[in-house]
Design a protein around this ligand. Structure first.
Ligand code: CTP
Length: 429
């Protein structure tokens, strides 16, 4: 099968020129370059996201020396090069694209979950080391057979039958992150796990223990980049995989509803953090510590997750109609905004929701018009008195007690200790 037409149609023009140039450069040294992995799968599927230029990262396999080739290409272009000699791989970064070049290789695993030991090999070896048949196809970029599909492991048939299939029975135990990847692709593509793959996946769930926290977290981050990660999470729960990561994790209708709600927020730059915090919402404050340690969660996200649970236990304090804005502010100012947002999504009380949103959209941005310097000009000296006055001004401002700077000044002067209430500019005598 030849996919030249699909390549020309779907890949952005600039990117196409780049990969063709790379292939020409390789040919000068008798080497061959192939497109490989996800892009081949998506080209065969005719994924519309390709035509809108959404796939800006491509994987290339080189039958030859990928690092040397990448060095030559980088020297002749504007690309930034990042080489990993040990793995025979190199990344070329352009303004809009990233190309990952890998020397065609054989991989062996010293023990389950270890990083692979790599030796140069042919394309066929390189394809069989991969996760699933649908990701183990390549397309030649060489001039003499440009566009020819290399499908040594029936990937195309599996694509047609909508199946996720591993290539050998040891695949999940070699690299248990594939357990998470299998379900991610299954749900993204609306495919099914092939029967034996499903059995081996369940058998090898305990092998997740061989995977470092960083790698498991990375897989969860990839899941959270999917359009509807709740489908993946719920399916992982159904297969018993989530519990293999942490016995406290759950996937259910609640997760599905809240993930959806998080996605529909106007500002969703924090979306992955929101998903992480929703995922642990049912945990106790002690359970979460185990999870943070297992996944080696970075400090800021750990803080957000701990705050989420701490705030959850304080929500009843926010469920009162009589609260003044300043009271809401002082109940919430110490929490990470993500934790507040998550509780707003999770809470069933409209009152709590309103108060949390009021804090997030308005109260946290309220500042007094007068600052320390201006208070000094009014004769208020720096120190505890000034701190107290600033706090009272802030509180009054939160509660809408004044509108103008003059109102603020009036209040500041009225709060000033009587013995300091003398000439605002004392003489130097
Ligand atoms: N791969 C693998 N085992 C892994 C990770 C990756 O065999 N644990 C191989 C697969 O062949 C995969 C390729 O490396 O297709 C590239 O991986 P990645 O960039 O993660 O995925 P894509 O295939 O590009 O798919 P997508 O980005 O659409 O998820």
């Amino acid at each position: 099968m030849n996919l030249a037409r699909q390549i020309e149609q779907y890949l952005p023009r600039q990117l196409l020129k780049l990969v063709k140039d790379i292939s020409k450069q390789a040919a000068k040294h008798g080497q061959r370059v192939y497109l490989v992995g996800g892009v081949v799968r998506d080209l065969l599927l005719g994924d519309p996201s390709l035509s809108s230029g959404l796939r800006f990262d491509l994987d290339l396999v080189v039958e030859g020396d990928a690092v040397k080739l990448a060095q030559q290409v980088a020297e002749a272009s504007q690309a930034k090069l990042l080489a990993h000699h040990r793995f025979g791989t190199a990344k070329l970064r352009y303004e809009n694209f990233t190309l990952d070049l890998a020397t065609a290789r054989r991989e062996t695993y010293a023990r389950p979950g270890a990083l692979p030991m790599v030796t140069p090999g042919t394309l066929k070896y390189d394809l069989i080391r991969r996760d699933f048949s649908i990701n183990a196809m390549a397309i030649s970029l060489a001039a003499n057979d440009y566009g020819e599909l290399v499908d040594s492991y029936q990937g195309k048939i599996d694509l047609e039958h909508c199946l996720i299939r591993i290539l050998h029975p040891g695949s999940f135990s070699d690299d248990a992150t594939r357990i998470l990847r299998a379900v991610r692709y299954e749900q993204r593509l609306c495919f099914e796990l092939e029967t034996q793959t499903a059995q081996l996946l369940k058998r090898d769930i305990p092998m997740l223990d061989t995977i470092s926290g960083d790698r498991i977290r990375h897989e969860l981050e990839l899941i959270f980049k999917e359009k509807q990660p709740e489908f993946v999470i719920n399916r992982l729960a159904e297969l018993g995989v989530l519990q293999g990561i942490s016995p406290f994790l759950k996937g259910d209708g609640w997760i599905a509803e809240k993930f959806d709600k998080a996605r529909h927020l106007k500002k969703s730059t924090q979306l992955p953090s929101l998903y992480f915090c929703l995922l642990i919402y049912s945990f106790s404050e002690t359970d979460v510590e185990q999870f943070l340690a297992r996944l080696n969660i970075p400090a800021k996200l750990s803080r957000a997750m701990r705050d989420t649970l701490r705030l959850k236990t304080s929500l009843p304090l926010l469920d009162k109609s009589s609260l003044k804005p300043s009271e809401i502010y002082y109940l919430l100012w110490e929490y990470e905004p993500v934790a507040i947002q998550v509780n707003a999504i999770a809470s069933d009380s409209s009152m709590v929701h309103r108060h949390l949103q009021l804090f997030l959209t308005k109260l946290r941005y309220v500042r007094t018009s007068l600052d320390g310097e201006e208070l000094k000009k009014l004769g208020i000296s720096a120190g505890p008195e000034m701190g107290k006055i600033l706090q009272m001004l802030h509180k009054a401002k939160l509660d809408g007690e004044f509108r103008t700077k003059a109102d603020e000044k009036k209040l500041a002067l009225s709060l000033k200790a009587p013995d300091l209430n003398t000439d605002p500019e004392p003489s130097r005598e």
